[in-house]
Design a protein around this ligand. Structure first.
Ligand code: TYM
Length: 326
C-alpha cells in the first residue's frame, strides 16, 4: 500500500487554507493510502511560542483533525516531539545538506527578512521537514503550494543521500490539489491566507463563529466588473472565492464559474459564505464533542508506538550507512 504523510503546526487555530491545502486531502486519500498525520510542534518553536498556549494548541489541533473526519483507524496520528528520532535523523540530514540550499528557500528568505533575530532553527526547518517525510518512506506529501519547495528539497536531500551512502530513502512527491492549492487572504487576495496575517478579517479560522465567517466573506475584496470568472492575474479576489467554493463543493473551477454565471458578486459571496458555514459548523459540532474526550490520548499513544518503531529502524539504518556508533 502506498503511503502519504503530512503535518501541520500547532500555532493557533488553523485556517481554511490549512484545511483545504492539507487536511481535506488527507481525508480524501485516507481510504486508499497508508496515512500518517502528525502535529509539527518542533517546527512551531522555530519562532517564539508561549509554552502554555502551545501546549493547549497541540491538543486542540488533534481534536480538529478528528473533527475534520480524519479517521484514527486509518491514520497513524502522533506528535512530532514525542518521536525523538525525527530530530536525530534531521541532524544526520543536515550534515548532508548545503547551507546554500537552505538560504535559497523562499520561506526562509521571507521570514528571516521580517525578523533580524531569527533562530538557527528557522534556517534548518526544511531539513527537519525532510526528516519527517523521509523517515517513513512515503510516496506522497499532501501540502499547499507554499510547502512545495520544501518537499522538493526533501527529494533532493534523499537523492543525494542515496547517491552517497547507497539506497536508504524512497523519493517522495508533493501532492497538491488541482483547486485550492493556495487559498488567499480575503482582504489582500494577492497574499496567502495565513495565521499570522496582520488583518484577521482576511483570514477564516476553522473555529470562527458563523457571524464572523459571513461578515469576513461578505467584505472580501473583489473588483468592479461584476463577472464570476476565474482569472488570478486580473481578478484575484473573485478567483479566490471561486477556489474556495470549488474546493468545498468538490466541483471544478469551470463548473463553479458556470453555476454562478448569472449571480451578482453579493449573491455569489452569500453562496460562498453558505458553503463555508455549513462545512465549518459541522466540524465545530464534532470538535466540541471530542475536545475533552479521553480518546485523544489513546490515539496519540497508539500513533507514537507505530511511528517510533518505524523511525528507529530508519535511524539505525542511517547510522550504519554513515558509520556512526560502535
Ligand atoms: P503549516 O502549518 O504552515 O501549514 C499546514 C498546511 O497547510 C497548507 N497551507 C495552505 N494551503 C492552501 N492555502 C493556504 N493559504 C495555506 N496555508 C497553509 C500548508 O501548505 C501545509 O500543507 N512545514 C509545514 C509542516 C510540516 C510538514 C512536515 C508538512 C512539518 N513537517 C512534513 C508536510 C510534511 C508547515 O509549516 O505547515
Amino acid at each position: 500500500m502506498k503511503k502519504i504523510l503530512t503535518g501541520l503546526q500547532p500555532t493557533g487555530t488553523i485556517t481554511l487554507g490549512n484545511y483545504i491545502g492539507a487536511i481535506k486531502q488527507m481525508v480524501k486519500n485516507q481510504n486508499e493510502y497508508d496515512s500518517y498525520l502528525f502535529i509539527a510542534d518542533m517546527h512551531a518553536i522555530t519562532v517564539k511560542q508561549d509554552p502554555i498556549v502551545l501546549h493547549e494548541n497541540i491538543k486542540n489541533l488533534l481534536a480538529i483533525y478528528l473533527a475534520c473526519d480524519i479517521d484514527p483507524q486509518k491514520n497513524t496520528i502522533f506528535i512530532q516531539s514525542e518521536n525523538e528520532y525525527h530530530t536525530n535523523i534531521s541532524w544526520m540530514l543536515e550534515c548532508n545538506t548545503s547551507y546554500g540550499e537552505l538560504t535559497r528557500m523562499t520561506q526562509f528568505k521571507d521570514k528571516s527578512r521580517k525578523n533580524e533575530k531569527f533562530t538557527a532553527g528557522l534556517l534548518t526547518y526544511p531539513v527537519l521537514m525532510a526528516a519527517d517525510i523521509l523517515t517513513y518512506d512515503v510516496d506522497y506529501v499532501p501540502v499547499g503550494i507554499d510547502q512545495k519547495q520544501h518537499v522538493e528539497l526533501a527529494r533532493d536531500i534523499a537523492i543525494n543521500f542515496n547517491k552517497t551512502y547507497g539506497n536508504t530513502f524512497k523519493i517522495p512527491e508533493p501532492l497538491i490539489t488541482e483547486t485550492g492549492t493556495k487559498i488567499m487572504d480575503l482582504i489582500n487576495p494577492t497574499k496567502k491566507m495565513s495565521k499570522s496575517s496582520e488583518n484577521q478579517n482576511g483570514v477564516i479560522r476553522i473555529l470562527d463563529s458563523e457571524e464572523e465567517i459571513r461578515s469576513k466573506i461578505m467584505r472580501a475584496t473583489t473588483d468592479s466588473d461584476n463577472q464570476i470568472k476565474f482569472d488570478i492575474e486580473n481578478k484575484p479576489g473573485i478567483s479566490n472565492l471561486i477556489n474556495i467554493y470549488s474546493a468545498l463543493a468538490e466541483i471544478s473551477i469551470k463548473d463553479t464559474e458556470q453555476k454562478f454565471s448569472n449571480y451578482s458578486y453579493a449573491e455569489f459571496k452569500k453562496a460562498v459564505a453558505d458553503i463555508v458555514v455549513e462545512k465549518l459548523m459541522n466540524i465545530q459540532e464534532k470538535y466540541n464533542k471530542i475536545i475533552n474526550s479521553k480518546e485523544l490520548d489513546d490515539i496519540l499513544d497508539n500513533g507514537i508506538k507505530v511511528a517510533k518503531k518505524e523511525a528507529k529502524e530508519k535511524y539505525e539504518l542511517m547510522k550504519e550507512k554513515m558509520g556512526l556508533g560502535r
